[in-house]
Design a protein around this ligand. Structure first.
Ligand code: NAD
Ligand code: 6OD
Length: 488
């Protein structure tokens, strides 16, 4: 069944690839072909970057901040008005449960535009009065100016949320964008093109070129000399390739990359709350959340209770059709990703793990038997050197290890090349502050997980990223500060 053609959105219009290059879009629930995705190359990227460059000099470039902010609010409202279309597009692309997409992902698409529309109107710049020999002084003040054309490269795991997290502040600051969504998830990025036209965003401000990464739209976009800055979310290795491309033009980058996030659970915690929070952190979105937990350290007195309670949570998850009310677990994004996750399931066994639950593929009925399903999986008993404890798997799985002393838990949590997020569970507030300050990550949650305030700095340490986005940090990345010095 091939019922949809996904085209690029360039200069306000949907267009196909010039050379007719395209690939099939398969849905993860049953691996059925549900559409054809046009694949962009050099010609499409050139056209999109040209449209975005021209738009900078048109009405968009002359618009006041207030008018721009008003337009951004209208984008937020239009996403909300077309809520069901966005939910459906994301459900087809990712196969995740409708209830989760409705509650966690699509509302964030609208919220991203609303929050940055407000933020950009309220951001101040610095000014200094400088003494001069004649005593009259000089006044320095800084202007925020857009950087230009921003290249936005996105992953597949929360397509609308992650794309708009970058597009909204970029537009709020007066830039234009060329977006390259993941080859796996073309749906919501193209739908957003319709929204842009509906609310009157000038043509060329928002462009989408579909395609893959290497030797395809992604690589051409990152190498394009007229792209002023690149914002990327995805794998650390891909970040490294993009950084090399950006180096050629000395372009700025903002990177949100991989993670191998630890949870630290102290014996004095509210155990029910910890189980609830960590089961979301490990299994939500079938474990395909960069902030998710794949390593859990539990203080010895509650270790057995914790393991059996998390096992019960894992075994209660119900895989199935996304729109079924009882479904609480979706598939992985693709057969390729499933092969990767299952290779870690085999490796865990070979490395000597005790499998608490899962470790394989669930039996699915009918057409679902062809989908990218895996069982939620918990291991114990591995050394900290085991590959499944060290490498990002990006699936619904975790290793749980006991600890005795706080310092040991901190050391184990920090023994990784990544540094994105952690979740700490304790009733002792002094300990919570102490531990949070010592774990080497961009984001620490205490007695919670994925609780977001969009004004706060978001990003990773070590190999989990470069820079911070969120609130004023996004505005800093998407603008250039230009100092004006006036002799008085
Ligand atoms: P990926 O790096 O494979 O792909 C991301 C995007 O980059 C895709 O659009 C892809 O086509 C493009 N791409 C690939 N190679 C490229 C190249 N050489 N040049 C330009 N573009 C290229 O990542 P993924 O598999 O889509 O997503 C999963 C990864 O993303 C995981 O590692 C996860 O941790 C990470 N992630 C991080 C965050 C965060 O906030 N830190 C958020 C979500 C996902
Ligand atoms: O909440 C966010 O702003 C954000 N960037 C979340 C990332 C989720 C990763 O899968």
């Amino acid at each position: 069944m091939t019922d949809k053609t996904f085209q690029h959105f360039i200069d306000g219009a949907f267009v196909g690839s010039r050379e007719g290059r395209a690939f099939e879009k398969r849905r993860p629930i049953d691996n059925a072909v549900v559409g054809v995705v046009h694949e962009g190359g050099g010609a499409e990227v050139d056209a999109a970057v040209e449209a975005a460059s021209v738009a900078l000099k048109g009405p968009w470039g002359r618009m006041t901040v207030e008018t721009r902010a008003d337009l951004l609010h209208r984008i937020g409202s239009e996403i909300t008005r077309r809520f069901d279309d966005f939910v459906t597009a994301e459900m087809v692309d990712t196969g995740q449960p409708k209830s989760m997409i409705e509650h966690a992902f699509i509302p964030r698409g609208a919220a991203n535009f609303n929050i940055f529309a407000d933020a950009v109107k309220n951001v101040a710049t610095e000014s200094f009065v400088t003494p001069t020999p004649d005593g009259a002084g000089a006044l320095n003040y800084a202007l925020r100016v857009p950087k230009g054309v921003i290249g936005v490269i996105c992953p597949w795991n929360a397509p609308l949320l992650l794309m708009t997290w970058k597009v909204a502040p970029a537009l709020a600051c007066g830039n234009t964008v060329v977006v390259k969504p993941s080859e796996e998830t073309p749906g919501t990025a193209t739908l957003l093109g319709e929204v842009m036209n509906a609310v009157g965003i000038p043509k060329g401000v928002y462009n989408v070129v579909l395609g893959r990464g290497p030797e395809s739209a992604g690589e051409y976009l990152t190498r394009h000399p007229k792209v002023a800055a690149i914002t990327f979310t995805g794998e650390t290795q891909t970040g490294s390739a993009i950084m090399q491309a950006a180096a050629a033009g000395i372009r700025d980058v903002s990177f949100e990359l991989g993670g191998k996030n630890p949870a630290v659970v102290f014996a004095d915690c509210d155990l029910d709350a910890a189980i609830e929070g960590i089961s979301r952190a490990t299994f939500l979105n079938c474990g395909q959340i960069c902030l998710g937990t794949e390593r859990i350290y539990v203080q010895r007195p509650i270790f057995e209770r914790f393991v059996s309670a998390l096992k019960a949570k894992a075994e209660a998850l119900k895989p199935g059709y996304p729109h079924d009310k009882g479904t609480s677990l979706g598939p992985l994004i693709s057969q390729e990703h499933r092969n990767k996750v299952l290779s870690y399931y085999r490796r865990a066994k070979a490395e000597g793990a005790t499998i608490v639950t899962g470790g394989g593929v669930p039996e699915m009925p009918g057409e679902l038997a062809h989908g990218s399903w895996v069982q939620p999986t918990i291991w114990i008993g591995l050394a900290e050197t085991a590959s499944v404890v060290r490498e990002e798997i990006f699936g619904p799985c975790c290793h749980i290890a006991p600890f005795d002393e706080e310092e040991v838990a901190i050391a184990m949590a920090n023994d990784t090349e990544y540094g994105l997020s952690t979740t700490i569970w304790t009733r002792d507030l002094a300990r919570a502050h102490r531990v949070a300050a010592q774990i080497e990550v961009g984001i620490s949650w205490v007695n919670s997980w994925f609780l977001r305030d969009l004004r706060t700095p978001f990003g990773g340490s070590k190999r989990s990223g470069i820079g911070r986005e969120g609130g004023v940090h996004s505005l800093d990345f998407y603008t250039e500060l230009r100092n004006v010095c006036v002799k008085l």
